[in-house]
Design a protein around this ligand. Structure first.
Ligand code: HEC
Length: 219
């Protein structure tokens, strides 16, 4: 046998020794790795009911999951009905509506459309068409109802509770109200500046319909 073929055998032996050494060194940790333990729902002879997992005391709440305020957490007031105003934790502001619009456009508009008419892209591709937010029945639903639909889902629509946190669900609900108003506002609802602009535009249309049509912004 040449010394060439012996060399690899010597190397293999060295590797084996090294592996043994590593194994021996980590051996002392095995005891800590393999501590006696029970997996959830596995059998136990320690407890009289034979279960290893203990039943939490009644009304136990996981840390961070206390939902004591039903108005904020579920949209339900003390009378057991959906709240018709924002809960006190939610501050109504322009920022709230902007956040609501941004979240709505991300999570809801794919089906409900950016105007809330129920003609989003997924619907155009064949998903069930949701009702428009502008039908009378939904116009008259209290704001807590919209929060509830997002939280628990509705018919074919799944819950968004795991994707959209509580504060964002309120922002979206507030924005839906704004969307609804946008389709049903009367002139008296507009600020004076917009009323003036509307009056000027109307006057221009009456004076010269063709010219007014030309200056209309294309959408
Ligand atoms: C994947 C499509 C889809 C998405 C995304 C979606 N919805 Fe819906 N939504 C539906 C469908 C479909 C219905 C009608 C369900 C039915 O009648 O079975 C519906 C119904 C509703 C209704 C009306 C319930 C009623 O009383 O008729 C509301 C309000 C609503 N959705 C709000 C939202 C909000 C807010 C979001 C975003 C957080 C959202 N939806 C996201 C598909 C969707």
């Amino acid at each position: 046998m040449s010394s060439l073929s012996r060399a690899p055998r010597g190397a293999a032996a060295a590797v084996a020794v090294a592996l043994l050494a590593i194994g021996a060194a980590s051996g002392c940790r095995q005891g800590m790795y393999n501590q006696p333990k029970k997996k959830p729902l596995s059998e136990s002879h320690f407890f009289h009911d034979g279960l290893s997992a203990r039943v939490p005391p009644a009304d136990t709440v996981a840390r961070g999951w206390l939902r004591a305020d039903a108005a904020y957490a579920r949209g339900i007031g003390p009378d057991g009905k959906f709240v018709s105003t924002l809960p006190q934790e939610v501050v109504f502001s322009r920022e709230l509506l902007l956040r609501g619009r941004q979240r709505f456009d991300v999570f809801c508009s794919p089906c409900h459309g950016r105007e809330g008419n129920g003609l989003g892209m997924i619907v155009q591709r064949g998903f069930k068409q949701p009702p428009s937010y502008h039908i009378e029945r939904l116009q008259h639903q209290p704001i807590g109802y919209f929060f509830d639909v997002m939280t628990n889902g509705f018919g074919q629509m799944s819950s968004y509770a795991s994707q959209v946190p509580v504060e964002d669900r309120w922002a979206i609900a507030a924005y839906i109200r704004a969307l609804q108003l946008s389709q049903h506002a009367v002139v008296a609802d507009l600020p004076q500046r917009d009323r003036d602009a509307l009056a000027a535009a109307t006057a221009a249309t009456v004076a010269s319909p063709a010219a007014a049509a030309q200056t209309e912004p294309s959408r």
